[in-house]
Design a protein around this ligand. Structure first.
Ligand code: MRU
Length: 375
């Protein structure tokens, strides 16, 4: 069965708590925008598309609950302002990924239109909002499957595998857990595997939050995709020795010139790919392209608590690969008093990117050497 980070039916939203993976599969119920804000901030749900979808759906559930409690205003304008206020609040949860801000902008526009009609009522505005939020969930899976297909075809066409199966390196987690399903960069790997063109996927552990070792490795094992886990510090040696055809990563925000913010460590991988002659692809839906941000220097990078670097957390190890899921421990791995720098993302310059894989195809640089992302 396909992994599902988000389980939704009208009036009910549950998310897989990703802080407990890969050891415990626990779904938490979200009933309000406030619940969603905290789940996003605390990384129980993460990944640019998943954050946007969970935020939008949590507000949909909140509206359903308000109506069931008989507290939904009949006045369209009041519901519109309520939705605006909640969306503005949700956008403050994490700043770097643009998908949430993009979704909020689109949902506001839609609600504005629904509230403007002569016959508008509070219920009609609520219904319009819910339908639009639900559509995001469905659209994301379809877009990811297309990203996967386009990316895989590009790699087969452009990477020198000599008819051989390819080896791909990826970073962070961009799979079913980071999206509504299938994934972006991990979707490209899934697609290569599905058509018999993948020899081996390598995933970095992705310190400090370990989205690679905890989440991507979990997805790869779950789907029976041949894969190897490495530490971040092994990437250079891997590219030097293991004939990697391409590095494929996701994105949190692609600026108008193609500069791309993604998980910390992505920039280093782009330099390594260029040095070793491997292709470097960014896979993301068009909702991640932010034409309003001219270049990477305008992207706000989220700073996370130092304790994510100075400590590791996990369930007690019982030996033989077994853990005690009821006994979680935090272990300090740095001296008390050390200062810690913990940016969650970095920016890869467009210059180091060979292609941006979207649901409508792969964008390469034009003859002027620039990406044209108005697609
Ligand atoms: O901090 P995270 O885990 O939310 O960071 C996730 C990433 O950087 C992903 O690569 C990006 O959001 C794309 S997910 C399809």
């Amino acid at each position: 069965m396909a992994l599902q980070a988000i389980k939704y039916s009208r009036g009910e939203l549950r998310i897989l708590d990703q802080t407990k993976l890969p050891h415990q599969e626990q779904y938490d119920s979200l009933r309000s925008s406030n619940d969603a804000w905290h789940a996003i901030k605390n990384m129980r749900v993460r990944g640019a598309p998943a954050i946007a979808i969970v935020a939008a759906l949590a507000l949909a559930v909140e509206l359903e609950i308000i109506q069931a409690d008989g507290k939904l205003s009949e006045i369209a304008e009041e519901i519109k302002l309520f939705v605006y206020e909640k969306l503005d609040y949700l956008v403050t949860s994490r700043p770097t990924a643009v998908n949430l801000a993009d979704a909020a902008g689109k949902l506001k526009k839609l609600v504005d239109g629904a509230a403007a009609g002569k016959e508008a009522t509070g219920e009609k505005v609520k219904d319009a909002y819910i339908l639009a939020a639900e559509e995001m969930l469905v659209d994301d899976v379809r877009d990811n499957e297309n990203i996967g297909r386009h990316g895989a075809e590009w790699i087969i066409r452009n990477c020198d595998g000599g008819g051989m199966k390819t080896r791909i390196l990826t970073h962070c987690n961009t799979g079913s857990l980071a999206t509504a399903g299938y994934g972006t960069a991990l979707g490209v790997i899934r697609s290569l595997h599905a058509n018999g063109s993948l020899e081996l996927a390598f995933c970095t552990e992705t310190r400090p939050y370990n989205q690679g070792s905890r989440l991507t490795a979990y997805e790869l094992v779950h789907d029976d995709i041949p894969a190897v886990l490495i530490t971040d510090s092994m990437a250079a040696a891997l590219l030097q020795q293991e004939n990697i055809a391409a590095v494929v990563v996701g994105a949190d925000r692609v600026a108008a010139n193609g500069d791309t913010a993604n998980k910390i460590g992505t920039y280093a991988l782009s330099i390594l790919a260029r040095h070793h002659g491997a292709k470097f692809l960014v896979a993301a839906p068009r909702t991640t392209i932010d034409l309003g941000t001219a270049s990477g220097k305008d992207i706000i990078i989220e700073m996370r608590p130092g304790e994510e670097v100075g400590r590791v957390r996990g369930p007690r190890d019982c030996g033989g690969g077994e853990v005690d899921p009821d006994c979680w421990e935090t272990v300090s791995i740095a001296p008390k008093g050390i200062k810690i720098w913990n940016p969650s993302f970095d920016v890869t310059p467009a210059e180091l990117i060979d292609g941006i894989v979207t649901e409508v195809g792969v964008v390469e640089k034009g003859s002027d050497g620039s990406f044209h992302l108005n697609i």
